[in-house]
Write a protein that binds this ligand. Structure first.
Ligand SMILES: [Zn+2]
Ligand SMILES: [Zn+2]
Length: 276
């Protein structure tokens, strides 16, 4: 794979050189930091606008109000704090990783970008599986960090990143940095990769089983799969996130489920294996 380096100074109007590519006025590193956050609120905002959708919910509204002990206001505040933390750390990481060379890497060919995407998905899944599982096994980490995410027993879209800031740092920011570095993707590809990972995470917490959801066609790790993990009986299963279920399958933490229709409307994801 050959990368061509484009020098930003060549865009100067005083220069006699004609650039072949115009760089964005805003750096890809900045976009890679802020676009996924905008995507988070836009995508989860769409779910809010869709309303209650009782016929597609995985839990009834009454169950949500009863089981979730934190208010929506607290959740929004918690997500904003975690995102502010995430912005600071990812800007720092991007600064260290790319330096201030003022160069933009040209995009490789599409098959290479697809391969980098796949590698990044595997790296992120691997990192998140083991860190997530460790946060459940280690009582201290669970009590002080990961339990915050589990206060949403009935997840909803904009609660996807309701985490302790340290969890955001360990799982998402470091996981993202590793995916970026190991896959060798450019900061421009990273804008799309981080945005896609954000969409996937929001969708896995949407609490709905909507017909025609394309993510459900391509991924077995979905809103019902992750719903099992959010239930009090399910916290020893379905740690895999955000893309595949492979690590759960390999390491015996996979909990298959069936989707049963509720008489009140909607569906219930029911484990079909004995819970230990
Ligand atoms: Zn968990
Ligand atoms: Zn979750």
């Amino acid at each position: 794979m050959e990368s061509i380096i484009f020098d930003r100074r060549m865009t100067n109007s005083s220069s006699n050189l004609t650039p072949t590519v115009m760089p964005f006025p805003v750096s890809d590193e900045l976009l890679g930091t802020f676009v996924p956050i905008a995507v988070y609120w836009i995508y989860s905002g769409i779910y809010v606008m869709l309303g209650d959708l009782n016929q597609y919910r995985l839990h009834t509204k009454a169950e949500e109000d009863k089981k979730n002990v934190v208010s929506k206001r607290t959740v929004v505040k918690g997500v904003l704090i975690q995102q502010a933390f995430q912005i600071a750390v990812s800007l720092l990481l991007f600064t260290f990783m790319s330096g201030d060379s003022g160069v933009v890497l040209l995009q490789p060919s599409l098959p290479v970008i697809v391969l980098q995407f796949m590698v990044a998905m595997v790296v992120m899944d691997t990192w998140q599986y083991f860190m997530h599982r460790f946060m459940h096994i280690n009582k201290f980490l669970y009590k002080h960090i990961h339990s915050k995410h589990h206060t949403l027993v009935v997840p909803y879209a904009f609660g996807a990143l309701y985490n302790h800031p340290l969890e955001g740092l360990i799982l998402d920011t470091i996981g993202g940095a590793l995916s970026f570095l190991i896959s060798g993707m450019t900061p421009r590809t990273a804008i799309f990769f981080f945005s896609f990972a954000t969409i996937k995470t929001v969708d896995d917490h949407c609490g709905l089983w909507l017909p025609g959801n394309l993510l459900h066609v391509f991924f077995n790790n979905n809103s019902a799969y992750h719903d099992i993990h959010h239930q009090l009986y399910g916290t020893k299963y379905n740690f895999s996130q955000p893309f595949f279920i492979t690590w759960d399958k390999i390491l015996g933490t996979h909990m298959p489920f069936s989707l049963e229709k509720r008489k009140e409307g909607g569906f219930e994801a029911r484990p079909i294996k004995k819970i230990n």
